[in-house]
Design a protein around this ligand. Structure first.
Ligand SMILES: *Cc1c(COP(=O)(O)O)cnc(C)c1O
Length: 451
């Protein structure tokens, strides 16, 4: 019988995260203060984030960073996650490619976000914080944070993008079940929220508005720290547990990936699966290709500009050097809520600039077609975000069919779609459309980027 699934024993789990910053040929440029334009150090960031996360954010020296024992213990509740050879998908595609996926949907919350939520809440607790706050779009990050906060005995306050709250009501139920207080953003509970509602009373909310509100809450409340589910370097660092496991599991399968693919919102699940393999490109002469799959409706990697820009709509965050569509960009209301963000993480942006990886943009309908094919062949209903990775993997597998190449393709299944069934309903009813952004619109929102 062909072996399909590869799992690590507890004593084989990686015990350190991989920090690609140590090996990058061009180090990322620092975050800078919007007013003074001075580079920011860990001390400057530590009034917002847990201090240890700030240290990790700016660490360009240590290639491996030990996972705290307490976090490792919690990882063991659900890790390792399976690496699966997608024989049925290969057969459906009639491709000579070998397709593998890492299944990060197999945990209590159903997405990879829990890997960093546990780490951030542990560090917050360790430094004496009692409360954590954050924003969430579709709700996966908020749910992961709510769970991790309970695990480490913290109170969580989550700002959820208003439109997503209405579209995916069960995610707020999950957050509240784990004890979090959930508020729709923009809200009247912060100055940022009031300002946004004053300008636009029917603002549907965006990750940008929700970040502004959560950051304001953290900076105006003692013993409260802000946490972020993507974009930042330390978040991608925590996610490298995915790729480090996959590296061992691919070895069990006796293969090494020619192509590594993940969907792309801010870059954390992409960095998580890609960086440990990219390490071998940088150090050992491997030649793996790395593809980040973004939605056509939010194309910062393929059509954005590399600029210093704000991470949020109100302009509260430090300026970060990133591929961006402009922080005032309002992505179309696609169902892959986790991919509706205007910018890319700092590390990823530098890697793209240096030609070490590439982005592709996937139309919404193609992502759902890919998700359907995957569901019907592998029996797992993917998150609409993850379907972008599946679509990119299918494109690669189809190229192999044309050329006859037996390439090894690895993609990350970042989450399941069981709370996104209304999106599948709309697709099955023929009610979904593609959204292509015009050059004109991108030019317009790029004007919001500081010079
Ligand atoms: C949040 C999320 C994403 C996008 O975030 P990244 O930081 O780019 O990984 C992708 N897939 C799922 C299931 C998510 O919840």
């Amino acid at each position: 019988m062909k072996q399909k699934k590869f799992i690590l024993q507890e004593n084989e789990l990686p015990t350190a995260w991989y920090n690609i910053q140590a090996d990058m040929p061009t180090k990322p440029m620092p975050p800078i203060h919007p007013a003074t334009k001075q580079p920011l150090g860990a001390d400057d960031l530590a009034h917002i984030f847990p201090r240890e996360c700030c240290v990790q954010e700016l660490d360009t020296e240590h290639d491996f960073i030990p996972i705290p024992e307490e976090v490792l213990e919690k990882y063991k509740f659900y890790r390792s996650t399976p690496l699966v050879r997608a024989y049925a998908l290969e057969e459906a595609l009639q491709t000579p490619a070998h397709i593998y996926f890492k299944n990060e949907s197999v945990n209590p919350l159903g997405s990879h976000k829990i890997n960093s939520a546990l780490a951030q809440c542990f560090y917050a607790k360790q430094e004496g914080t009692t409360n954590v706050t954050t924003e969430t779009g579709a709700g996966q990050w908020g749910a992961a944070l709510a769970y991790a906060a309970t695990v480490f005995g913290l109170e969580a306050a989550v700002y959820q993008v208003k439109i997503s709250m209405q579209q995916k009501p069960y995610r707020s139920s999950i957050m509240r079940t784990f004890g979090a207080a959930v508020t729709g953003s923009p809200s009247m509970s912060t100055r940022a929220g009031k300002d946004i509602i004053t300008r636009d009373p029917h603002h549907p909310g965006s990750l940008g508005t929700a970040i502004s509100e959560a950051v304001e809450l953290a900076t105006t409340t003692p013993n409260c720290k802000y946490t972020l589910g993507s974009v930042l370097n330390h978040v991608a660092l925590h996610q490298t547990i995915i790729g480090l496991e996959a590296e061992k599991q691919m070895a069990m399968a006796g293969e090494y990936p020619d192509v590594v693919i993940a969907c792309f919102g801010g870059g954390s699940n992409f960095g998580g699966i890609a960086f440990p393999f990219m390490r071998h490109n940088l150090k050992d002469g491997k030649n793996t290709k790395f593809i980040a799959a973004e939605p056509e409706s939010c194309p910062k990697l393929t059509r954005g500009e590399f600029r210093y820009d704000f991470g949020d709509e109100a302009g509260y965050t430090p300026l970060l050097p990133m591929f961006t569509l402009g922080h005032s960009f309002k992505p179309a209301n696609i169902h892959a809520g986790g991919l509706r963000y205007h910018g890319a993480g700092v590390i990823i942006s530098q890697l793209i600039k240096d030609g070490l990886m590439q982005g592709v943009d996937i139309p919404q309908l193609e992502s759902f077609e890919a998700g359907m094919l995957f569901a019907r062949s592998e029996g797992i209903i993917p998150a609409p975000e993850s379907s972008h990775a599946i679509a990119a993997a299918i494109r690669e597998a189809q190229k192999c069919k044309e050329t006859g190449e037996e390439k090894v393709i690895l993609f990350n299944l970042s989450g399941h779609g069981l709370i996104d069934m209304s999106a599948y309903d709309q697709y099955l009813n023929g009610d979904l459309i593609n959204y292509r952004v015009s050059d004109q619109d991108i030019k317009q929102t790029l004007k919001s980027v500081p010079e």
